[in-house]
Design a protein around this ligand. Structure first.
Ligand SMILES: C[S@@+](CC[C@H](N)C(=O)[O-])C[C@H]1O[C@@H](n2cnc3c(N)ncnc32)[C@H](O)[C@@H]1O
Length: 194
């Protein structure tokens, strides 16, 4: 998804917010492409190693705590980011499907706040299909209905640039079978691009 973001934006954006960054694999890759990266997660220690790596390489990668379960947490971070000038993009890979429905509303509102003046949201999540019903997976993810995600984003004022489905290999060693899983990919923006 990070590579897709860079391709679609015509190069590495000045600033990328990697929300639910996990261990920061996408964050360090994006920093190496030339973006300043803010890695946000409710476990900020997860991306500490890549933050140190980025520092060694003279790249800008900052890890900060953000919890979509706490309104104050994402509101404060959203306000801070909204005030930071310059073009940006938000990457949210497998976080919408890792959080509660209430926290997901926080993710949509946070994205709206930080992208209101331009830039796009790049989102991927396990997609609910007849073969992959909306029940928790072995890696504690919740497949989401693509149309519902699109409707939720539209309800928050987003324009949907694209919305589709693809197949993705599950992370090993979680699944010995390694059957590809349907993943929803949505690109959204609020009132134009940066
Ligand atoms: C499945 S991992 C995806 C990590 C990374 N984006 C990737 O694609 O490898 C989900 C991430 O969401 C984070 N997360 C879960 N609940 C969260 C919440 N309420 N607020 C912020 N981050 C959360 C987890 O800590 C984890 O790093």
């Amino acid at each position: 998804l990070a590579a897709y973001l860079v391709e679609k934006e015509g190069g590495a954006p000045a600033h990328v917010l990697d929300v639910g960054a996990g261990r920061g694999g996408d964050s360090i890759w994006l920093a190496r492409q030339g973006s300043d990266v803010t890695a946000l997660d409710f476990v900020p220690g997860g991306s500490r190693a890549v933050q140190a790596l980025a520092e060694d390489e003279g790249l800008t990668l900052v890890s900060r705590r953000l919890n979509f379960n706490e309104v104050r947490s994402w509101l404060v971070e959203g306000a801070r980011m909204a005030r930071t000038p310059g073009p940006r993009a938000v990457l949210a890979r497998h976080v919408a499907d890792a959080i509660t429905p209430r926290a997901r509303q926080g993710l949509w509102r946070f994205s709206e706040m930080v992208l209101r003046d331009g830039g796009r949201l790049y989102l991927e999540f396990l997609c609910a299909t007849p073969e992959q019903p909306a029940v928790e997976t072995e890696d504690q993810m919740m497949p989401l209905d693509l149309e519902t995600v699109v409707a939720d984003l539209r309800a928050r004022g987003a324009d949907i640039v694209e919305a589709g489905q693809r197949l993705e290999d599950p992370p090993l060693p979680l699944s010995a079978t390694k059957v590809p899983r349907p993943v929803g990919r949505v690109v959204a923006q609020w009132g134009g691009t940066a």
